[in-house]
Design a protein around this ligand. Sequence first.
Ligand SMILES: CCCCCCCC(=O)CC(=O)SCCNC(=O)CCNC(=O)[C@H](O)C(C)(C)COP(=O)(O)OP(=O)(O)OC[C@H]1O[C@@H](n2cnc3c(N)ncnc32)[C@H](O)[C@@H]1OP(=O)(O)O
Ligand SMILES: NC(=O)C1=CN([C@@H]2O[C@H](COP(=O)(O)OP(=O)(O)OC[C@H]3O[C@@H](n4cnc5c(N)ncnc54)[C@H](O)[C@@H]3O)[C@@H](O)[C@H]2O)C=CC1
Length: 281
Amino acid sequence: MQKVGVVGGGLMGSGIAEVCARAGLDVIVVESTEASAEAAKGRMTKSLERAESKGKIESAAAVLEGIRFVTDLEQLHDRDLVIEAIIEDEEIKTQLFRDLDRIVASPDAILASNTSSIPIMKLGVVTSRPERVIGIHFFNPVPVLKLVELVPSIVTDPAVTEIARTFVEGTLGKEAIDCKDRAGFVVNALLIPFVLSGIRMVESGFASPEDIDKGLVLGAAHPQGPLALADLIGLDTTKAVAESLYEEFKEPLFAAPPLLNRMVEAGLLGRKTGRGFYTYN
Ligand SMILES: CCCCCCCC(=O)CC(=O)SCCNC(=O)CCNC(=O)[C@H](O)C(C)(C)COP(=O)(O)OP(=O)(O)OC[C@H]1O[C@@H](n2cnc3c(N)ncnc32)[C@H](O)[C@@H]1OP(=O)(O)O
Ligand SMILES: NC(=O)C1=CN([C@@H]2O[C@H](COP(=O)(O)OP(=O)(O)OC[C@H]3O[C@@H](n4cnc5c(N)ncnc54)[C@H](O)[C@@H]3O)[C@@H](O)[C@H]2O)C=CC1
């Protein structure tokens, strides 16, 4: 696993590319436009400069040299591993997996998804090699959080899961947990009801975002409360993940509350647009 491709250089893709480059791998990031490729590079530069200023890496510039930013998916033809981190949309992701199946040449390559909730089988089945498709699910912020969920589908080759485990634990120094291929896997299946319950509390006027978050931070030792967490993740992603879980389990706890829907329609997506439950500079 020396040559890695990351498709999507947003919040997660830029973090995944960063940790791969910091591990000394040859990384290509594919974005959809020149402007978004520039934005991905800017995000990574900022994060790497912060790591350099804290003495965690020797040189941000040297790490950046190991990453190429492109807009042409065909550049991924020689990759050993491709990790998809584009928006949480089943139709767009399945089209991407069809394209990756055509482009990535080696039959030994692994096609992975960082999806938060879409069952891996739905992505594997559109390729000619579902046994080489797996979920490798990182957590935000990727350079900080240690966990990765490994999600083989029911037809993923067990050898592929073990190669992915060695990559995640050996190469990247993260810790893996094994999950069954069910929408939301382990962590998001628990986090979504928590975050949506916080949003429902705000919606009903039960308590303010500030008080709910303060309650969870000071009363339950969470690093941040559910509303600040939703702003960090992105309200569009939170809604998309809730919808995948609701589609799979038909459980009311996973149903997106109207306030979340209205905020997404208004473009109040959290940190990434400068306003969600809180405002940001
Ligand atoms: C929810 C339902 C829907 C989910 C659907 C999608 C989501 C998923 O699929 C899976 C997920 O990722 S779920 C979300 C998981 N993430 C969390 O729970 C984050 C919880 N929050 C935190 O860890 C801290 O508040 C946090 C680290 C964010 C900030 O910590 P602090 O408040 O202590 O702030 P700092 O003192 O600035 O930071 C502490 C250390 O972390 C470094 N850092 C912070 N943000 C960073 C970033 N974006 N990139 C790189 N490094 C970062 C910071 O430099 C500092 O480092 P040290 O000084 O060395 O300790
Ligand atoms: N936001 C979070 O906290 C987490 C998100 N995830 C998952 O990671 C994936 C990405 O999420 P984020 O990074 O938050 O989203 P984001 O919106 O920050 O980034 C998505 C990026 O993909 C790019 N993109 C869209 N279509 C593309 C295509 N066809 N080819 C190349 N690039 C394309 C967009 O330009 C954008 O930069 C989603 O599947 C999400 O569920 C997983 C863990 C945590």
